[in-house]
Design a protein around this ligand. Sequence first.
Ligand SMILES: N[C@@H](CCC(=O)N[C@@H](CS)C(=O)NCC(=O)O)C(=O)O
Ligand SMILES: [Fe+2]
Length: 369
Amino acid sequence: MQPIQLFDPASHTYTYVLVDPLSHAAAIIDPVDTLLERDLALLQTQGLSLVWTLETHAHADHITSAGRLAEHTGAQTAVPAGCGIQGAAMQLQHGDLLRFGSETLQALHTPGHTAGSMSFVWRDHVFTGDTLLIGGCGRTDFQSGSAEALYHSITQILFALPDMTRVWPGHDYHGKTQSSIGAEKSHNPRIAHKTLPEFIATMEALNLPRPQRMDQAVPANQASGLPHEASPLPPLVRPAEGYAGDVSPQLACAWWQAGEAVLVDVRTDAERAWVGEVPGAVPLAWKQWPGMALNADFDTGLQAALAGGKKAVLLCRSGVRSVAAAKRATELGLQAYNILEGFEGDPDTEAHRGRKGGWRFHNLPWRQS
Ligand SMILES: N[C@@H](CCC(=O)N[C@@H](CS)C(=O)NCC(=O)O)C(=O)O
Ligand SMILES: [Fe+2]
């Protein structure tokens, strides 16, 4: 069973999709923001159900699409615990196992390129991120990088895997796609047969230019690629393109309770069951994404719910799907508002994806099921 390897020519990044052939459950490693639509289309055309998005580290050269992929698909985000990435569903520790369908993947802490970097082992494959590249390795001159730690990670952790293990790197700048542990052990010019002092001297002599997007990419990746700035709350109504506007949770609730609006909860049944329901809201899961055929159930459900001519206020987990749903409602001729920050914004901490606000945290009507 091979992983699906995808490439971003702009940053030379490899993204991997791992599939359980029995259940079609899938995991994705290091997805890239600009290629979100490509990846969603792949999941759809292959009939895959994304369970995990995984990061090997907080990238310095491109921005992840993990947060938005999770919003579109209902996948959970998993990130290395040492990378300062806030708001993920799971902070991974060395040895942690992640399951998708009947498949299991193991996280290995392989610091050096960054202090938190991880590699992932699945079947006889290892996804090395920027710890081990083909004929190279990640640089160690920023983000708490350490040539000594990298030497240990490669020689003691990765080279301890069986020689036939396929190596799938996080980048390649020379058109190579895959390698093996045995080949890298014998031929990698930076580390094969090198002592630690020789390796440190090689790394110190690299003098690579700073990644061009580093100042933008690292903070964005530490929020899983979701918008970082706190939205001003409570805005009343903020105009928006393609739908009637963005509205604060408080105002949406006031409209709803006054009977002026229908509250539509576009989260999935599973999310409502796990996280908390909004009693009285109309449940209509938004399962559309770019390139996917229209969801007729959503359209007919929405038209029926709004037959009385009220406006719609749309709620999702964090305010991404509700925007897409509000645009669709507008196309259907309805007056639709997106509820800012969705259900799960957090007024007390910057940790929740750097956002503030949210239905649940303003104690608007909800209950845990
Ligand atoms: N030139 C690229 C950055 C390339 C780069 O520094 N890549 C990192 C991975 S994030 C690396 O470790 N490169 C190792 C190498 O080129 O040997 C940019 O401006 O974004
Ligand atoms: Fe990197």
